[in-house]
Design a protein around this ligand. Structure first.
Ligand code: HEC
Length: 135
């Protein structure tokens, strides 16, 4: 009987050790809360860097730089609201009749359509383009 109790408690301790103890912080399941929050929040600047600068960069090979485009939008549209509305409309559904940029447009004649379809995201990216000095 003593042996049985000893064996039983040994098993019990083993189970406790393997299941109840949290995994170490270097384990792959571990994810700090700050990371989870960052993953779910939308960052317009990061989106712009990832999705737009692939074509809109200073090389001008694929598309005009965003700095050039922004200048023309600022010259054409008097208020921030109109700037943001017009640019978002274009990005969500590019069409050659909506184009206001007349210079060298790089490799494509019109910006390829069907790439961006989330109005909320595009609007906040365009707001970022409008307000930043870092293009
Ligand atoms: C695959 C390449 C490509 C990507 C990616 C791209 N663009 Fe463009 N875009 C172009 C090209 C080429 C033009 C120039 C021709 C034109 O005006 O349609 C252009 C033109 C524009 C114009 C000027 C339109 C006008 O009135 O003449 C705006 C504004 C614009 N892009 C915004 C964006 C934004 C914002 C993003 C990212 C969310 C983006 N583009 C991503 C290729 C791209």
């Amino acid at each position: 009987m003593k042996k049985f109790i000893a064996l039983f408690s040994l098993c019990f301790i083993l189970v406790l050790l393997t299941s109840g103890v949290p995994k170490s912080s270097s384990g792959s399941d571990y994810q700090p809360i700050s990371k989870i929050v960052l993953k779910n929040s939308f960052d317009p600047e990061a989106y712009y860097q990832r999705q737009c600068t692939f074509c809109h960069n200073t090389s001008g090979r694929k598309a005009p730089s965003m700095k050039q485009i922004k200048k023309i939008y600022l010259d054409t549209y008097q208020t921030g609201d109109v700037f943001i509305k017009k640019m978002s409309d274009f990005v969500l559904a590019p069409h050659k009749e909506k184009k206001i940029y007349q210079g060298d447009t790089g490799r494509f004649d019109v910006m390829p359509s069907g790439m961006f379809y989330d109005p909320e995201k595009i609007k906040s990216v365009v707001k970022y383009i409008y307000s930043t000095n870092e293009l």
